[in-house]
Design a protein around this ligand. Structure first.
Ligand code: DX5
Ligand code: ZN
Length: 219
């Protein structure tokens, strides 16, 4: 569907050629570039920080969608904003005051996202939905690419789609983890409008990216 946005996770890119990889997914028609930031503390893996976001910024004109899996998170928001992130998405478990963290992101002039782990209920959003620009539903436990989609998260996506529609606000509903050609249509049917895909985008190398992105979109 043309209204579905595809956000490739560069976690599955060739890290030795990251700039070229970002250019390749941009040219292949991705909508956003999803950057997974992991600290080896909040999640059991370590990836990249603001310096890499800054280095990649000139390689794409697409929004940089930065998924922060770091704790504490508040102390790093300014650095990621300055590095050129457009969307900053945070886990409520990664700091003491999620509402304050969302306001901080907005004060930086960036779009604010809140992300729910597979075990975190939709109810967490009750007093945040009026302030966020994006809700991210994790369909795997965060930390690694290439995991299997947790099917019961479809119910959560459906519930959040209702909350968003009821709010009347312009809020993206994003899904991240185990998205492939089989699970993408399920997530879209449940109400998601942004799909993160690492493995499924980068599979087959640069010559396959455009086709992978088109198929994930369902077109
Ligand atoms: C997991 C990350 C995801 C992940 C997706 O912690 O947030 O973005 O890289 O990878 P795939 O699409 O391979 O499941
Ligand atoms: Zn992610």
């Amino acid at each position: 569907s043309p209204s579905v946005r595809i956000a490739p996770s560069i976690l599955s890119a060739d890290f030795a050629r990251l700039g070229e990889e970002v250019r390749a997914i941009d040219e292949a028609g991705c909508d956003w570039v999803h950057v997974d930031v992991m600290d080896g503390h909040f999640v059991p893996n370590i990836t990249i920080g603001p310096m890499v976001v800054k280095a990649l910024r000139p390689h794409t004109t697409k929004p940089m969608d930065v998924h922060l899996m770091i704790s504490p998170v508040d102390t790093y928001l300014d650095a990621f904003a300055a590095a050129g992130a457009d969307i900053l998405t945070v886990h409520p478990e990664a700091g003491p005051h999620i509402h304050r963290t969302v306001q901080h992101i907005k004060s930086l002039g960036k779009q604010a996202g809140v992300v729910l782990n597979p075990g975190t209920p939709a109810k967490m959003l009750d007093y945040l939905i009026d302030d966020v620009d994006l809700v991210l539903v994790m369909s795997v436990n965060p930390g690694f690419g290439g995991q299997s989609f947790i099917t019961n998260q479809l119910r959560k996506i459906e519930a959040i789609r209702k909350m968003i529609d009821k709010s009347g606000r312009d809020i993206r509903l994003q899904v991240d983890g185990g998205i492939d050609f089989e699970t993408a249509p399920q997530a879209i049917a449940a109400g998601a409008d942004v799909l993160v895909a690492g493995t499924a985008t980068f599979k087959g190398g640069p010559s396959a990216y455009a086709d992978n992105i088109r198929r994930l979109r369902g077109g």
